[in-house]
Design a protein around this ligand. Sequence first.
Ligand SMILES: Nc1nc2c(ncn2[C@@H]2O[C@H](COP(=O)(O)OP(=O)(O)OP(=O)(O)O)[C@@H](O)[C@H]2O)c(=O)[nH]1
Ligand SMILES: [Zn+2]
Length: 290
Amino acid sequence: MKQGKIIKSQKDLYYVNSESETLMCKARGNFRKKGIKPLVGDNVLIEYLSDGEGYITQICQRSNEIKRPNIANVDQILLFATIKNPPLNLYNLDKYLAMCEYIGIDVCMILSKIDLADQKEIDDFVKIYEPIGYKILCLDNYDDFPEDEIMSVLKGKTSAVSGASGVGKSTFSNNLVDINVEIGSISDKSKRGKNTTRHTEIFKINENTFLFDTPGFDSFDIDFIEDEVELKDTFLEFRDKTCKFKDCNHINEPKCGVKEDLKNGEISESRYKNYLMLFEEIKKRRENKW
Ligand SMILES: Nc1nc2c(ncn2[C@@H]2O[C@H](COP(=O)(O)OP(=O)(O)OP(=O)(O)O)[C@@H](O)[C@H]2O)c(=O)[nH]1
Ligand SMILES: [Zn+2]
């Protein structure tokens, strides 16, 4: 019996890194009866067969599970956005942030492809998210790659890149894998062209530092929150506001601290507008269920 980590999956085949080798494994354990599927990021026990093949017999307890992308045991999300190519989509970004806050996972925002943006556009983006408390790294994957700053964010953690298709996630991951230790064939750069990423894959940056490269997504449902009243807690800047009603949803209620701060500019208009849209989306979904 060996222990390892699933670093990539393809249909029913799992690539499990154990010590210095990567084994190709199929799932065989009890967990399948419970409808549990192994995920990239899972720590597993494997039965070794021969010739680099084996079976996954057990999945170790997960510290967390993310649905989009579907991965396990992530310490932080690197949430990618661009101003142009693809165009900035604040609605999807706020939806994703809500999901991270709901799960309770740390986020670092990466504004990528800044070579394609004006300074004012970059500043406007930073002005929305920095006051909320989100860390933001701005970068150009080719000519302005702040490696030291990135490594200090990643060090000792398992991080996952996430964001729309084409925002520069794979280029970012490749930059880091190039700079740091490569493990075996999985980080063979020749196999990683400029195509759209189809599989989630983990790279070892150094001894305790791992990075998941994941396929992009262009939209996703907000089905992770069942009741719209839970949404407000995922907008961090709403949390410390004083409202007349304790259970204020910050929509039609009088003497609402959030709406007051929206008026005086302390809460960003785009964030509030996206909050209202998400609130309605969750409400509709809940009402249609019954
Ligand atoms: N101008 C500019 N182009 C970039 C930058 N980073 C990546 N690109 C280009 O943008 C395109 C998409 O980059 P990828 O790294 O494949 O994007 P991705 O987010 O991994 O995309 P998916 O795999 O579809 O999720 C490629 O043609 C890259 O060469 C950057 O910082 N600036
Ligand atoms: Zn309120």
